[in-house]
Design a protein around this ligand. Structure first.
Ligand code: ZN
Length: 75
């Protein structure tokens, strides 16, 4: 399996509505180091539950924004 490389986007948000989404956009939790896609096919959470996406509500949930990082996947 090919390892993807990620670039950290310098975006600080205080509301999940500000978070960008996209095929190559991923969210990282700095507590548990999980990386989750911004456009998942199903509901997804990081391991510790700090970040989650509810696909049905089409909503992103973040508990601790200081541990939330937006990444862009590089080909
Ligand atoms: Zn986490």
């Amino acid at each position: 399996m090919k390892n993807a490389s990620y670039e950290v986007l310098d975006i600080r948000i205080s509301d999940t509505k500000e978070a960008i989404r996209g095929k190559n956009i991923f969210y990282k939790c700095n507590i548990c180091e999980s990386i989750i896609p911004s456009t998942p096919k199903d509901n997804v959470n990081c391991s510790c539950g700090n970040i989650g996406i509810d696909k049905d509500l089409n909503r992103l949930f973040v508990t601790d924004y200081s541990k939330f990082v937006i990444l862009e996947r590089k080909a």
